[in-house]
Design a protein around this ligand. Structure first.
Ligand SMILES: [Zn+2]
Length: 378
């Protein structure tokens, strides 16, 4: 058998099939064609990936990739070469009033895949820079659930959920009201909600208690105030209850939302995140977030095992997006593959509080395969 592309001899980690071992991955006609140890096959193009990690295409479930159209956007294709990302979820850069630009100027032109959560605020995140910071959930005239739901329904291939930002910095005095409006939009559109949390009010527990099964709390391992840990250092009871109800916990590192101390305490008490994402945007792409590969390296350093980490950036987000074709390397799946390598050295990782951890190994992108085509090689 002759395939378009044959990736030979890497450590293939495909959490959905339970595969973690040295194998070959064959791609043909844009899809995964075969996975197995020493495939008896040839590739029009072949790569020997001994020592590398071969995984389903990495999904960054919280990012801002609407450059020029918004002040916080970064270029998805340019960053994907470094980050190893094959699918970006832009969460709330755009609202009903400007999602058309994300579709026409970004998603339609990018080689990497761009999907979105639509902000319940009409203009999306419009006032975001070092000098100007205006919360888009603050002015309730912008939050019109019926309009958000209609535009979401008009763009089903692109819009996979509803975003809202609440907290003292983003919604001011309105407490849980913007979240209730986002849930109203989500009910009308039949979609999940992703809720950002910053400083109280509302409290971490109030937000979790309001979310529905299948909704997502983003910035879940943020430092105090509004950390997932109570004053006693224990995981809040509300976290366990929300997880039991089916609420998902997404990291979304960003410039203010990932603390080593919090993440260490959460992991030590058996509360790993469901989804690992970067919240990469223009103010944190050069640190402390950098990209999702850096966030993965941080969780690896904290002791999260590689198969769980791969699941948190591929299978789990793909299924949440309603895209099982992106979730694994099963034959017939969309041929998006991320190839990583673990490089050895003496690296310093930094969180949003300035705290650091040293590590002797870090993940680096070796290659990105999009729709069965070798799109980038380091
Ligand atoms: Zn964000």
């Amino acid at each position: 058998m002759r395939y378009d592309l044959l990736l030979r001899g890497g450590r293939v980690i495909d959490p959905r099939s339970g595969l973690d071992g040295v194998a070959d991955v064959a791609l043909h006609d844009g899809r995964v064609a075969a996975v197995g140890a020493s495939l008896d096959a040839e590739g029009t193009l072949e790569r020997d990936l001994a020592g590398c990690i071969v995984m389903p295409g990495m999904i960054d479930f919280h990012a801002h990739v609407y450059p020029a159209g918004t002040s916080l956007g970064v270029d998805p294709d340019a960053l994907a070469r470094r980050a190893g990302t094959t699918t970006w979820l832009d969460v709330g850069s755009a609202g009903a009033g400007n999602i058309a630009g994300l579709r026409d100027h970004v998603a339609a032109r990018a080689a990497t895949r761009v999907l979105a959560y639509l902000h319940v605020s009409f203009a999306g995140i419009f006032g975001f820079s070092r000098e100007v910071m205006v919360g888009e959930s603050w002015d309730l005239r912008l939050l019109e659930p019926a309009v958000c739901a209609r535009v979401a329904r008009e763009n089903p291939d692109l819009v996979r959920g509803i975003k809202v930002r609440i907290g003292a910095l983003t919604s001011g005095p309105h407490g849980l009201l913007p979240l209730h409006l986002a849930i109203e939009a989500a009910e009308l559109a039949g979609l999940p909600v992703m809720c950002h949390i910053d400083r109280p009010p509302p409290t971490y527990a109030q937000v979790l208690e309001t979310l529905r099964p299948g909704d997502i709390l983003t910035h879940c391992f943020r430092p105090p105030p509004n950390a997932p840990l109570g004053g006693d250092g224990r995981v809040r009871e509300a976290c366990w209850q929300a997880r039991e109800r089916g609420v998902l916990f997404d990291v979304a590192h960003g410039m203010g939302s990932f603390s080593f101390a919090v993440a260490e305490a959460m992991l030590a008490q058996g509360f790993a995140p469901d989804i690992v994402s970067s919240d990469v945007h223009s103010l944190c792409v050069d640190g402390p977030a950098f990209d999702n590969l850096e966030t993965m390296s941080k969780f690896l350093t904290l002791g999260m095992d590689l198969p769980s980490l791969v699941a948190a950036v591929s299978a789990t987000p793909a299924l949440k997006l309603g895209r099982p074709d992106l979730a694994d390397l099963a034959p017939g799946s969309t041929g998006d593959v991320t190839v990583l390598e673990l490089v050895e050295g003496d690296f310093t990782l930094v969180d949003v509080t300035g705290a650091t951890r040293r590590t002797p190994r870090k993940l680096r992108t070796r290659a990105v395969v999009l729709a069965g085509r070798l799109w980038h090689e380091a």
